[in-house]
Design a protein around this ligand. Structure first.
Ligand code: ATP
Ligand code: MG
Length: 362
């Protein structure tokens, strides 16, 4: 069986370092590994509209931002198909059929959707489209017969929902769809990177992000303003590293080489953590180190972004070509689905003949 990746992002803002460690970096590595037969990266504008119906301009404007972030991180259109969800209408048609395989109570149980509803104050007025977006996500994944979906932990319930739809579809209509596997980051700190405000998740919607396209100065300011252990008041006090966002970011980003380069008094993160726990290590020193670590990761991305920004029409051409290619693949899956559901009336010569015979005999 072919190994196929599908994943993507909502164009609700520029991409942040949470996206990077949760999914984007992995995608680039998988792309470069050559282990996959096909890779599809989707800008989920239709999904973004489900909770931004009143702000279509926000979604429209951010498509280019996400595309620039992709390219500057190393996604390569020659090896990965980059496309825009709304330009592949087959995805919407699949969603309409999958909706019949999912109950309202099943959607209500989805913990990610639950917390997103809360976060958006949708409790008494949930848009139907938003409520059903896990079904549309199942269409995105299955349309490309994806085997592997590299995402952050918040996406786990979505992949589980997709797997259920696949099993249900195949059992009712016959083996047609492929059950995908989730691919979570190996590094625990990357599963759900917290915000700079210490909130559980760095999220475009929460305004607590370090963006891939932030200037070096923005990054420095944001890190220096970050939450740490609230009880670590004086340098000599013992500090807590668990749940401390600065150390979680170091868990996510720092490598032993960074210590050799920027903080040679420590061999590695374990030593730094031990000192912080003992007391005698100030937050400013740790934060300055984190700034250096982040800059060394982000600077090449910023540089590449500047290059791609010089030719925006070329970026749209990449997305247009990718969307055309994606549509061909999705159309094939949709045809398979309709054939399995036997709503392929015009190509079903046998059915037409059998009915003709029935009517002939009166
Ligand atoms: P929104 O607030 O609009 O939902 P978001 O910041 O949650 O935006 P998405 O586009 O929903 O971003 O997520 C894109 C991908 O990035 C998903 O695979 C998701 O799991 C991953 N991701 C998002 N935020 C984080 C994070 N803080 N840590 C790790 N992975 C993340
Ligand atoms: Mg999200």
């Amino acid at each position: 069986m072919k190994k196929i990746i599908l994943t993507g992002d909502r164009p609700t803002g520029r991409l942040h370092v949470g996206h990077y460690v949760g999914s984007l970096k992995r995608r680039v590595e998988l792309q470069n590994s050559g282990d996959f037969d096909e890779i599809y990266i989707m800008i989920a504008d239709a999904q973004a509209l489900t909770d931004n119906a009143d702000h279509p301009e926000k979604v429209r404007e951010n498509i280019i931002e996400v595309a620039l972030d992709y390219l500057s991180c190393g996604l390569d259109p020659a090896r990965s198909t980059l496309f825009i969800q709304s330009q592949v209408p087959e995805l919407t048609e699949l969603t309409f059929y999958y909706m019949n395989l999912v109950t309202v109570s099943r959607l209500q149980r989805n913990p990610t959707v639950k917390s997103e509803i809360q976060m958006r104050n949708f409790e008494s007025s949930i848009p139907v489209g938003f409520f059903t977006y896990p079904i549309s996500q199942a269409s995105d994944i299955t349309a490309f017969k994806a085997t592997t979906v590299p995402v952050g932990e918040d996406q786990e319930p979505m992949i589980e929902q997709t797997r259920e739809i696949v099993r249900k579809f195949n059992s009712v209509y016959g083996e047609t769809l492929v059950e995908p596997e989730i691919l979570l980051p190996d590094n625990k700190a990357c599963l759900r990177l917290p915000g700079i405000d210490g909130k559980a998740k760095m999220s475009k919607s929460l305004n607590n992000c370090i963006y891939l396209s932030d200037t070096a100065e923005d990054v420095r300011k944001k890190v220096m303003s970050m939450f740490t252990d609230p009880n670590h008041l004086r340098v000599q006090d013992p500090g807590e590293v668990d749940g401390n966002p600065v150390f979680i970011y170091l868990d996510a980003f720092s490598r032993d080489e960074h210590f050799a380069e920027f903080l040679p008094e420590y061999k590695n993160l374990d030593e730094l953590k031990a000192h912080y726990r003992r007391g005698g290590l100030g937050d400013v020193k740790v934060k300055k180190f984190l700034v250096n670590v982040l800059q060394s990761e982000l600077e090449p991305i910023r540089q590449r972004r500047k290059e791609f920004e010089k030719d925006i029409p070329a970026v749209y051409r990449i997305l247009e070509e990718g969307s055309k290619k994606a549509e061909k693949v999705a159309a094939q899956t949709l045809a398979d689905v309709k054939r399995s559901m036997r709503i392929n009336y015009f190509e079903d010569r046998e059915m037409i003949e059998a009915q003709a015979e029935k009517f002939r005999q009166g």
